[in-house]
Write a protein that binds this ligand. Sequence first.
Ligand code: GLN
Length: 485
Amino acid sequence: MNIFDMTIHELHGALKARTLSSVEATTALLTRITAVEPQIGSFITVTAEVALAAAAAADRRIAAGECDLLTGIPLAIKDIFLTEGIRTTCGSRILDSFIPPYSATSWEKLRERGAVLLGKLNQDEFAMGSSNESSAFGPTRNPWDVTRIPGGSSGGSAAAVAARQAIATLGTDTGGSIRQPASHCGCVGLKPTYGRVSRYGVIAYASSLDQVGPLTRDVTDCAAMMGAVAGYDAKDSTSVDTPVPDYCATLKDGVRGLKIGLPKEYFIAGLDAEVQKTMDEAIETYRRLGAEFVDVSLPHTEYAVATYYLIAAAEASSNLARYDGVRFGHRAAAADGLLDMYTKSRSEGFGSEVKRRIMIGTYALSSGYYDAYYVKAQKVRTLIMNDFISAFADVDLMLTPVAATPAFKIGEKADDPLLMYLSDLFTIPVNLAGTCALSLPAGFSATGLPIGMQLIGKPFGEATILRAGYAFEQATEWHQRKAEI
Ligand code: GLN
């Protein structure tokens, strides 16, 4: 078996048995990155020196008898996570040369356990997009078909796992940015409950929606990564101080007796026939495993995309005000006074999708329109949340598609923002409701493109969806297929 094909648990076994060192594993991954990067473009920055030094330190820890599950495991993280001393761009020209003075808590937690950083992954600019095409550093390509998008905004995080350029990765999800790329690239991705994982040191897009989560090769790795990053952080006032369960311990509990809801608004006419067929087969698999299905309704689903694009844009316009050319990031060279410097720095630094969001958000928050748009959107958000609360009174989890179609072609939706926004139809409501959801491989199209399914859990119900995902994975072989790259 190639080292770069291994899961965390497989590589951990080899490191612990000392049949392999972390330096050997890290070198294998760095070689793999160099080999496939020209075709895929998952990375913005490769940190080879940092990686090899961390791997050598991990090997010393292992030699001293200290081999945690993550010690010596080569990982990569989205370029939205601050990394002390390592360039962090968030996919934007405005942060082209930004070197953060501290690291994100989620990465710190992995690093402290001995994980090795291979580099920083490509993404849509400021996490705004569903295709990775809005990155200022060029698009990432889907390892299953390089003419197609990997999904977004954590496109690099999903493509790197699928192309075996990292054993596992971290991404963020504001409206679907972990789950949709995981679905398009055939990997496992988890969007945790709002408040479950610290966002300290994660560049803010829409603060009432953003969450950090893992992208992995299988559900076991996802549970391990989740356990490592979850938990209260005094540095993030939105993180919740509730104990972190042992997600690995309950993985094998099965689905017998679990009630799974099928929200009727998610099985719509526009759904691709192969996606529908994949969902039907998944439902059959779960029935065989002893789960029970219940029809449920999330009646305000049709308003979710519009609500999201008002709230997310409003919060983004406020969060992105800090990029003013004064404190950090790009500053225009020649300006005629302060206001001109702000305008020029921002005009030069931001790409067109980011500018569109700032303008929509500023409009929605401006006096005279605030009540009509922003306040109204917040009210609809409450209705959407209540839909989930009612549905979860009857079921333990819900099963839905992640996306209406498999990965689309590069360029296909690039000139039509509305069409692009509709890519996240099935993922956005989960962020508005603040709950958790898992995306995992459930089948393939006739043309060989991965199709994911979404398991939506109750707030802080990560253990239940991970356990249901694990049961499905044991009964199927989709997660074992590899992109030929
Ligand atoms: N595609 C959605 C957007 O552009 C979601 C992105 C995300 O989850 N970061 O806002």
